[in-house]
Design a protein around this ligand. Structure first.
Ligand code: CO
Length: 193
């Protein structure tokens, strides 16, 4: 498992709801947490590790010792949102890029956990922001899609560099072509969504 970087096509994949939670899925979640910690992230969405499932992991402390802060949200749905605020965001799929994003201040979230229990969460501040950022991933949306035109200008060059790296990796055959990527995602969806 590795973290895909912009502009990998799986980051644009709109993921389908999970229908089944089993031990294999729990192992994937553990691996996602470990990968998130080793990259000093506070949230990670399944399609960032090339899995086409509506599933996100979060630990706002980014500390593996803070196990009580680990959250797995399966098939998350934002039921309501309120307010508006702008804060700087980054993303493990867009390394070294940071820019302010305007989002609702607080949300009501419904999601399943790994035991299959549905819970409603009232979240605000950083927590609400991380969840909205990760839920965007599940719809193939990146935080740079939500920048104001002037903020987008400030990251254009960095995006261009990531695009150049990606196209180089593709030419070297490190990254499969679009058809192969789509076929793999469809196969993975088959068993679980
Ligand atoms: Co992200």
């Amino acid at each position: 498992m590795q973290i895909l970087k912009y502009p990998h096509p799986t980051l644009r994949h709109k993921s389908k709801p999970l229908l089944r939670i089993d031990n294999e899925l729990k192992r994937m979640v553990r691996e996602m947490f470990d990968l998130m910690y080793s990259n000093k992230g506070i949230g990670l969405a399944a399609n960032q590790v090339d899995l086409p499932y509506r599933m996100i992991v979060i630990n706002v402390q980014s500390d593996p010792a803070a196990v009580e802060e680990e959250r797995v949200f399966i098939n998350p749905v934002i039921l309501r949102s309120k307010g508006s605020c702008e804060e700087s965001e980054g993303c493990l799929s867009l390394p070294e890029i940071y820019a302010p994003v305007r989002r609702p201040q607080s949300i009501v979230l419904s999601a399943y956990d790994l035991s299959g229990n549905e819970t409603t969460w009232n979240l605000d501040g950083l927590y609400a922001r991380v969840v909205q950022h990760e839920c965007d991933h599940l719809d193939g949306i990146l935080f740079v899609d939500r920048l104001s035109p002037s903020n987008l200008m400030t990251v254009k060059e960095d995006l261009g560099e990531l695009e150049a790296v990606f196209s180089g990796d593709r030419q070297r055959g490190i990254i499969p072509d679009d058809a192969q990527i789509t076929a793999r995602l469809t196969e993975l969806e088959g068993g679980r969504t």
